[in-house]
Design a protein around this ligand. Structure first.
Ligand code: AR6
Length: 244
């Protein structure tokens, strides 16, 4: 299970296997953190990026880190532009973190640092953005040694520190009680113990996988789903229930 931390600093100064770049679709550089990474990595980064472009919002691709000697890989992802929140911005942003971690995993990366994707030029409200970031990295922490969220200003840093510690609280819409996550499939002995202790609900092996499966159950037996089969909060809740 990775250590997850929030630090205040410059992403180009992190000593990790991979850093993530908040890029644009051209992958040839830009302003903000993208500009800083391209300046530090040198002109070969833009050449390597151009060969892989375009990278659509929510996707991620890797290049070498070139002149950034303390880092092996730069993983480029393109965040969503904020358009008020009704254009699937949260899903695209979650995808940026998920896809970057999947690319990293494929490269054998054990430690990785992320900037606050989309919170600069792309205008995503910082509190909401770092909350999405924290849920996704927490849901995928098992595959890494270190996941670091790097803030460039103290306010973002404070929000990141809060988000990585935030408890999962999911309330039943029917009765208001706090729900526990539902785990499908054959449970491990530890999951059976967590189920017996009431920290999660064990369900059967019949899964539809189309978003209709319930994800939460309250003490009064109400079950519900938020219609997002990839909701990282469910995965975090299950991991924490089993780990407790
Ligand atoms: N280290 C860590 N974080 C940084 C650094 C740094 N050196 N510099 C800036 N930040 P932004 P976006 C923070 O605008 O919103 C580019 O032009 C910054 O304070 O870099 O995803 C691309 O080419 C903010 O919190 O990225 C795209 O066109 C965060 O990084 C567009 O901007 C993200 O700000 C992408 O916009």
């Amino acid at each position: 299970m990775a250590q997850i931390e929030a630090v205040l600093g410059d992403i180009t100064e992190q000593r990790v296997d991979a850093i993530v770049n908040a890029a644009n679709e051209s992958l040839t550089g830009g302003g903000g953190v993208d500009g800083a990474i391209h300046r530090a990595a040198g002109p070969r980064l833009a050449e390597a990026g151009a060969a892989l472009a375009p990278c659509l919002p929510g996707n991620a691709v890797a290049t070498p880190a070139f002149d950034l000697a303390q880092v092996k890989h730069v993983i480029h992802t393109v965040g969503p532009k904020w358009r008020g929140g009704g254009q699937d911005e949260a899903k695209v942003l979650a995808s940026c973190y998920r896809e970057s971690l999947l690319v990293a995993e494929g490269l054998g990366v054990r430690s990785i640092a992320f900037p606050a994707i989309s919170t600069g030029v792309y205008g995503y409200p910082v509190a909401e953005a770092v909350s999405v970031a924290a849920w996704v990295v927490r849901s995928m922490a098992a595959d890494f040694d270190l996941i670091r969220l790097v803030a460039f200003d103290p306010a973002t840093h404070a929000l990141m520190a809060e988000a990585i510690e935030a408890p999962v609280v999911e309330r039943c819409e029917t009765c208001g009680e706090v729900g526990v996550p539902i785990l499908f499939g054959l449970p491990t002995p530890i999951a059976v113990a967590a189920g017996e202790a009431g920290r999660l609900k064990l369900a059967g092996c019949v899964v539809h996988g189309d978003g209709s499966d319930p994800q939460w159950e309250c003490p009064n037996g109400h079950q519900w789903t938020n219609n997002d089969p990839d909701d990282p909060r469910v995965l975090v809740a299950i991991a924490e229930a089993v780990d407790a």
